[in-house]
Design a protein around this ligand. Structure first.
Ligand SMILES: [Zn+2]
Length: 308
């Protein structure tokens, strides 16, 4: 069955929903802050209100499916989510909670990194190319699209580029491991390293956005901080490319907004670190969809489920 679908993107700071047409056009869209509450039902009610409001604003044709992308960890088969940054939800049955919105229609759940990668793949016209999507933000997430489909892995968690180990003696990571890409290249870790090296944001927020502005203005520590993060990302990308024979990498998330101060050293580091021709050919792109990539990927999953 074809027709518009409902797409949902669940994050620690915001909840987003959209009605998406089969060609990828967003017909209606809204976002609300994620409630900060220990009560699972309060967060659920905010999502339910948002989803119903967006569904009502969409086309009058019947919605044919529901796609949900969520911060992890999550269990796509069980339909449950336990986002690190939404403490009220532990094994929260998100698909059951939303099933009343579209009774009798297929509902699918996937990680936000998977949805971002799929959205970029779909709307970016990558076709049969193998694409790694990377979200560089508070953490470093990602997803793989191979042969036009998300590669989910045994538990639905494949594509966690942020937790590829690139420095065996590196700093501890939020995941409990050590030396991960995320421990060197997430927004907070880039800013923290810069502060340790003497960077002073003054009365501005001590975050990656401020640091990026200073890097663009030529601040030496800020420039080095992005060079270091870029080299960490490059190491992860080169490792992934060697394993999977990647064609393209699309990078989104707030930190990607740094632009050339991140992407120039990133491309240079890939050239420096990669040896084999099939690894060196990987191409890095800045996201063109921004925050909509996750919603579009969730929509793509819903459209596929509705056609099945
Ligand atoms: Zn890690």
């Amino acid at each position: 069955m074809t027709g518009p679908v409902l797409a949902v993107d669940v994050g620690g700071t915001k909840l987003a929903a959209a009605v998406v047409e089969p060609d990828g056009t967003i017909a209606a869209q809204a976002t609300v802050p994620t409630p900060v509450s220990p009560d699972a039902q309060i967060v659920a009610a905010a999502l339910d209100n948002l989803v119903r409001e967006v569904a009502a604003r969409g086309p009058s044709r019947r919605l044919v499916g529901l796609g949900v992308g969520s911060a992890g960890p999550l269990d796509p088969l069980a339909g449950t989510v336990s986002p690190v940054n939404i403490g009220a939800w532990r094994d929260f049955e998100i698909l059951d909670a939303l099933r009343d919105v579209l009774p009798g229609r297929p509902a699918v759940l996937a990680g936000d990194g998977h949805c971002m990668a799929l959205g970029e793949h779909w709307r970016g016209g990558y076709g049969d190319r193998s694409v790694l999507g990377i979200v560089v933000s508070t953490g470093v997430g990602g997803g793989l699209v191979i042969g036009g489909r998300v590669h989910s892995g045994g538990t639905g968690n494949a594509g966690h580029i942020g937790h590829i180990v690139i420095d065996m003696a590196g700093p501890g990571c939020a995941c409990g491991g050590r030396g991960c890409v995320e421990a060197l290249a997430s927004g907070p870790m880039i800013a923290q390293w810069a502060l340790e090296q003497g960077w002073s944001p003054g009365d501005r927020p001590a975050d990656a956005r401020t640091l990026a502005a200073d890097a663009r203005a030529g601040d030496r520590v800020a420039v080095r901080a992005f060079q270091r993060a870029a080299r960490a990302l490059a190491a992860g990308i080169v490792s992934a490319a060697a394993l999977i024979d990647l064609d393209d990498v699309v990078i989104g998330g707030g930190v990607s907004g740094a632009g050339d101060v991140l992407f120039d050293p990133l491309r240079a580091a890939i050239t420096d670190l990669a040896g084999l021709a099939f690894v060196r050919r990987v191409r890095v792109h800045e996201s063109t969809l921004g925050g909509d990539a996750g919603l579009l990927g969730a929509a793509a999953l819903a459209l596929e489920a509705a056609r099945a």
